[in-house]
Design a binder for this molecule. Structure first.
Ligand SMILES: *Cc1c(COP(=O)(O)O)cnc(C)c1O
Length: 367
């Protein structure tokens, strides 16, 4: 069997051998061994964001979007108003979720290549007393832009509004310190910066907010207050847990600790990004974002106007060379994306740059 390609995507990602091996056994979901594994999962996730003193971790079966929908339904009452700071597809998705579950939400929109603006938020909040909650996407994976989480949180705290953070693609990568960051909820999933297997989302909720959320959710399976109550009562999941995914994710969290926790992971991904961006810029490609707002998660490159290949050919040839990349997700520019997260290292990025150079030249007309 030839080695599977490296996944240079926003997730699911290339995982470590030990993480995949952890899935090669069965677990009884009500057995003490699995209950202990669930407890370790919840503790380790809280520890990544330094939230043990203030927050509680509630895991949920499903992908990241499941936990976003579950958290919005659990935290928002029908009388609440959510303001979503939008500069990409994942902000738009939160608006769509609210529409579906019958919660009031509106958007404060910014260009896709601009970070959300805390000053504009502060101004809007002064004359919008009806807004009870604000949601922000920490790293907008649409472009890979880093939004100013700390400033947004400070504005919300000062204005007395609750903050909900989609930290899906930033968790365990960018610093999140719940001992100092005023955030009611941090939402993320198992298969991005944690490098676990896909199939698990989780929320870190302020304990007081969780306690006040009984009966809010319009959904049974997605009620994270009930999910929390169940876990607190006997350490068990209400409904069938993805046992192998939990085992793999705990294994990945142990590896994260050995790598030096979030700072260690950030250092490796930042090194990956440096090699990727410097290499592709030297090869004649333009980074879509200003380098100063580019998070070390996934980089968006502009498709050259006179490229020597079509994107589909470029994608296929890179896949043959062992690299799976990602198409762009922008409305106004032709782009492609290359992730620098997962079990990938600067040497992999060097090989990727060489492969790109061999496959396509930015300056020549399409063959
Ligand atoms: C990956 C991601 C999600 C969730 O996507 P799923 O495909 O449901 O896992 C949500 N928000 C952001 C910012 C993401 O990067």
């Amino acid at each position: 069997m030839t080695a599977p390609p490296l996944l240079l995507t926003p997730g699911p990602l290339t995982t470590a051998e030990a993480t995949r091996q952890a899935m090669a056994r069965d677990w009884g979901s009500r057995d003490p061994a699995f209950i202990a594994l669930t407890a370790e999962l919840r503790e380790r996730l809280l520890a990544v964001a330094n939230g043990a003193g203030t927050h509680a971790c509630v895991p949920l079966q499903g992908s990241g979007t499941f936990v976003v929908e579950a958290a919005l339904g659990t935290l928002l009452k029908p009388t609440d108003h959510l303001l979503v700071l939008v500069n990409g597809a994942y902000g738009e998705r939160m608006l769509k979720i609210c529409e579906r579950i019958g919660r009031t939400a509106k958007a404060l929109r910014f260009d896709e290549d601009q970070p959300v603006d805390p000053i504009a938020l502060a101004e809007l909040l002064t004359h919008s007393p009806e807004i009870t909650h604000v949601a922000v996407v920490h790293c907008e994976t649409t472009t890979g832009i880093r939004n100013p989480l700390e400033s947004v949180a400070a504005v919300c705290a000062k204005a007395g509004r609750a903050l909900i953070v989609d930290a899906m693609s930033s968790f365990a990568i960018l610093p999140i310190d719940l001992a100092t960051l005023p955030a009611q909820a941090i939402l993320a999933s198992s298969n991005k910066g944690i490098e676990g297997a896909p199939g698990l989302g989780f929320a870190l909720f302020e304990r007081s907010a969780l306690q006040a959320a009984a009966g809010n959710s319009p959904s049974l399976a997605l009620d994270l207050h009930d999910q929390w109550k169940g876990l607190e009562a006997n350490g068990q999941w209400r409904f069938t847990p993805p046992v192998q995914v939990v085992a793999a994710t705990v294994e990945a969290l142990r590896a994260l600790e050995r790598e030096g926790g979030q700072p260690g992971r950030l250092a490796r991904y930042a090194a990956n990004l440096d090699v990727l961006v410097e290499g592709l810029i030297a090869a004649g490609y333009d980074l879509f974002l200003d380098r100063a707002v580019q998070a070390p998660v996934i980089a968006t490159f502009v498709q050259p106007r006179a490229w020597s290949v079509r994107f589909e050919t470029f994608y296929d040839r890179l896949a043959q060379a062992g690299f799976v990349i990602y198409p762009g997700k922008l409305t106004r520019a032709q782009t492609f994306r290359i992730g620098c997260i997962g079990q990938v290292f600067p040497d992999d990025m060097r090989r990727l740059v060489k492969a790109v150079e061999a496959i396509a030249a930015p300056g020549r007309a399409a063959a």
